[in-house]
Design a binder for this molecule. Sequence first.
Ligand code: G3P
Length: 414
Amino acid sequence: MDQRMNKEKVKDLASQLYAAIAELLHKAAALLKEHKAPIAECLVKEIAKPAKDSVTEIVRSGDLVSYCAEEGVRILGEGKFLVFDSFPGNERTKYCLTSKIPLGVVLAIPPFNYPVNLAVSKIAPAIIAGNSLVLKPNSAGFPKGLTSCITGKGSEIGDFLTMHPGVNCISFTGGDTGVAISKKAGMVPLQMELGGKDACIVLEDADLDLVAANIIKGGFSYSGQRCTAVKVVLAMESIADSLVEKVNAKVAKLTVGPPEENCDITPVVTESSANFIEGLVMHAKKKGATFCQEYKRDGNLIWPLLLDNIRPDMRIAWEPVLPVIRINTVEEGIHHCNASNFGLQGCVFTRDSNKAILISDAMESGTIQINSAPARGPDHFPFQGLKDSGIGSQGVTNSINLMTKVKTTVINLP
Ligand code: G3P
């Protein structure tokens, strides 16, 4: 092999790969932000996301891509150097060099509710880590073949993609399908976010105005169609009346209608979702739940509804309907939270920070927010569900690390 050519090739790769990709990512981020209006319009039309939230999603995505480019060049530029004699019984005769190298091809499957943000949260770390990716049309001048888009029904091309021997990592956000993918996927790293049943525990000493504002934000934004939506409120009996009254006053102010008019509550994404929600509401009605508002539906548009006096045997825990379960002890709340198969996020409201931390430790969920609604962002925070909520931590840094493998060279001295 031509020694000189080889050296040049290595030098070329080492000096250009991460820096060059970072530059492309910065360009992509700028393009996203520059074209935020037309891209947001697609979200409004295709998934009925309110106009202001659609713009927020695009801007947040641009920021994520830029952050990822910067974080990538930092962490991928670092390797490790280990010496042999730091392990008992060895002399200094071996030197170990490690660095992170790409996995190969990352298959990214984002969900409907964040078509841009949850796409770029997979694309950007995969690309900066030196992988190629199957998902998306080329943009911002990425070299041909670096990113690809394959569209089709999951039932027709899903297995082909997820079981393809050329795929070296799968990053998926969605529902139960993720469990099936995990079972079929080969020995490749998996990043799966499969939803949650996020609980909101409210103690007697909580600031109820703050709680009510966060329940509205957490339970009803994008009509509750977020994996991190508050799905159940567990309120201490002594403050439940007052909390329900405050939340009801805010529910009454939510606007309901088309996404183009920036309404708070917009139609849910499919008719089957609307039918599913209606089924849960009717089940709760039959079981004796207290309806704080009249149930109202027009096509896929379902008016926000707070259901009080829900008991654990009622199936309701879905959007944009929010159940309140009254509890008499903190342990009861923790027990309800942990009885769920899911464990994505949760939140606890109290002015007692020691208690809050103990409750956070006891709740079997990936992230617990103290005195705020569950949320994935900011996008560099770790994000991982426990139990059926998923596998493989997200967040920019964790994603870059997951999408690389460690390569080691050991130098043996004579
Ligand atoms: O539903 C997707 C999930 O990742 C939620 O994200 O930003 O609404 O907390 P976010």
